[in-house]
Design a binder for this molecule. Sequence first.
Ligand SMILES: Nc1ncnc2c1ncn2[C@@H]1O[C@H](COP(=O)(O)OP(=O)(O)O)[C@@H](O)[C@H]1O
Ligand SMILES: CSC[C@H]1O[C@H](OP(=O)(O)O)[C@H](O)[C@@H]1O
Length: 403
Amino acid sequence: MAISKTKIYEPLTTSRAINLLKELDFFKKDSILTCNEIGDGNLNLVFQVTEPQSGKSCIIKQALPYAKVVGESWPLTLNRAKIEADALKLYKEHVPQFVPEIYYTNDDLAITVMEDLSSLKITRKGLIAGEEYPHLPEHLGEFLAKTLFYTSDFYLEPPAKKILAQKFSNPELCKISEDLVFTDPFFNSDTNDFEPELYDDVQTLWNDFTLKLEAAKLKKCFLTESEALIHGDLHTGSIFTDQYTTKVIDPEFAFFGPIGFDIGQFFANLIFQLLSNPKDKERLISGYIVDAWNTFEKTYSDLWRKESREKYTEVEGYLDFVLKKIFQDAIGFAGCELIRRTIGLAHVEDLDGIFDNDLRINAKKASLQLGRAFIKTRGHHIGPESILPLLSETAAYAAINKE
Ligand SMILES: Nc1ncnc2c1ncn2[C@@H]1O[C@H](COP(=O)(O)OP(=O)(O)O)[C@@H](O)[C@H]1O
Ligand SMILES: CSC[C@H]1O[C@H](OP(=O)(O)O)[C@H](O)[C@@H]1O
């Protein structure tokens, strides 16, 4: 597929999206098509185009030259569409079963035409609706192990990895995470957004200098440790699921960063479910975290032993050192994610959607408490079992007043 004339960027409308797909011969010129803009994320346009007669459909995602959630006052590079498409193409090489098919990309138009995954559900929404996904933890564990191993110095020749890292240089999107995940929530910043009932807890957090020192170390790790190509925004809104299938979308924040970041974001976004429904979901969510980590650890260790090209991977103790560092980073990053999604700019429906005011505030207080504990105690944890008591305590705290 190719567009004959050179196109200049303009934001798509539903009719432009339809015309584009006909021009690309994705649909016949005389097809009757329907098109809806279904994007519910913070940044981009997402169009679903369907031919009702045949049932054929696809998705066109387009970056806007600004952050959609804020508007034109927050300009943002269109290059993020290329980063996202390139990351999905790279994932396709290593984990084709876990990503959508990409049909067409155009960097000038900042668009990706991809498989319509609407037969699956966004994991966050499915979990909120009470669904369970038995294969999600093992699928994510495998996705994480393979994408993070195959793009690291343990597999790639270091010069090749450095060249790949240049291709995924993503300064504007990284800056968003540096600010919104690591800095703003820890200070009295304009971007923060929280209920007045949380004010005392937030003051305590802002005055906790041990916490701030540890958050600074985590930010430094995010800024400087180019371990592997990370997704960069791997929350449960970036994963489509059903009982058998898992598909990861939306890697526009991808760059070469610390491996623990993706794992920590995934864990934290599972934990929001535990906080929103502590009595019913503690076992389920704790189990998902343990299973995801165990699959990650096993898959990553197998790859390390069988496919590593780094001489030092033969040295006894090195794998254990690397895995421990990844886990401890992940717990720290999970702590930052818990805090920023509670009091920062971008919230999650798991918490904001709790209708009862007392329960919502309680869940958010529990989230802040767990976030702080994760950040400060991460150095003591060597595997998922050791965080289970903290998850239990947090669930008990969040469940207060629930009768
Ligand atoms: N391949 C797809 N198939 C079906 N729906 C999709 C697809 N990609 C995105 N969507 C829908 O669009 C929403 C926003 O997509 P996302 O990639 O997360 O955008 P943003 O980058 O703005 O966060 C998703 O929550 C989902 O509902
Ligand atoms: C102003 S961007 C805020 C927030 O939005 C991104 O999420 P998504 O694209 O999935 O909606 C990312 O998490 C950013 O931190």
